[in-house]
Design a protein around this ligand. Structure first.
Ligand code: ZN
Length: 160
C-alpha cells in the first residue's frame, strides 16, 4: 500500500543537521505514526514520502523553505521585562508561549540587557537544512475515528 493522503504511515526517522549532529530520532523507541497529507510533518518530508511504501528507506534533505522556515528578522523583538509580568527571573534561553494571530508561537529569550529583553519567535530549526534518514515501517488506511481526531491511535500514536 502506498503512502497517500489520509493514510496512516509509521516511520522510523533520524534527523541530522549539515554537520551530521543528530537533532531528533525515533531509533530505539516507537516509530512515528502520522496521517499523511494533513500537514503533520514538514512539507518537504511529506512530499518525499508521497507514493512510497512499507520497507522503503530513503534519505531526504529538506531545504529551510520546505522545513521550519527561513529566519525572519521581523520575528525578533525587544520588549521591556515588565511586559512578561509574573514570569519570574528572566534568563537567556528561556522560552515562552504566546497566542499570536490564532496560533501558538514559542518565543526564545536570546538576550537580556538591563530592563530590556530580546525575544526571537523564529523556530529553532529555521534556516537549517533537515537531513532525514527514513525507514517506512507500515502503511495502512486511517480509521474514520483517526481522521475525525486528526491523529493516529494505537502503535506510535495516541492512546485514549
Ligand atoms: Zn484520538
Amino acid at each position: 500500500m502506498l503512502i497517500e493522503k489520509d493514510r496512516v504511515a509509521l516511520i522510523h526517522y533520524t534527523l541530522t543537521d549539515d554537520s551530521g549532529a543528530v537533532i531528533d530520532s525515533s531509533a530505539g523507541g516507537e516509530p512515528l505514526a502520522y496521517i499523511h497529507g494533513n500537514g503533520n510533518l514538514v512539507p518537504g518530508l511529506e512530499t518525499a514520502l508521497e507514493g512510497k511504501q512499507a520497507g522503503e528507506k530513503l534519505n531526504v534533505t529538506v531545504a529551510p523553505k520546505d522545513g521550519y522556515g527561513v529566519r525572519d528578522d521581523q520575528l525578533i523583538q525587544r520588549v521591556p521585562k515588565r511586559s512578561l509580568g509574573g514570569a519570574g527571573e528572566i534568563k537567556k534561553g528561556m522560552q515562552f508561549q504566546a497566542q499570536v494571530g490564532g496560533g501558538i508561537r514559542v518565543f526564545t529569550v536570546t538576550a537580556v540587557v538591563g530592563d530590556m529583553i530580546t525575544l526571537d519567535a523564529n523556530h529553532a530549526l529555521a534556516d537549517k537544512n533537515l537531513n532525514f534518514a527514513i525507514d517506512i515501517v507500515e502503511v495502512r488506511e486511517a480509521s474514520p475515528e483517526e481522521l475525525d481526531h486528526g491523529h493516529v491511535h494505537g502503535a506510535g500514536g495516541h492512546h485514549h
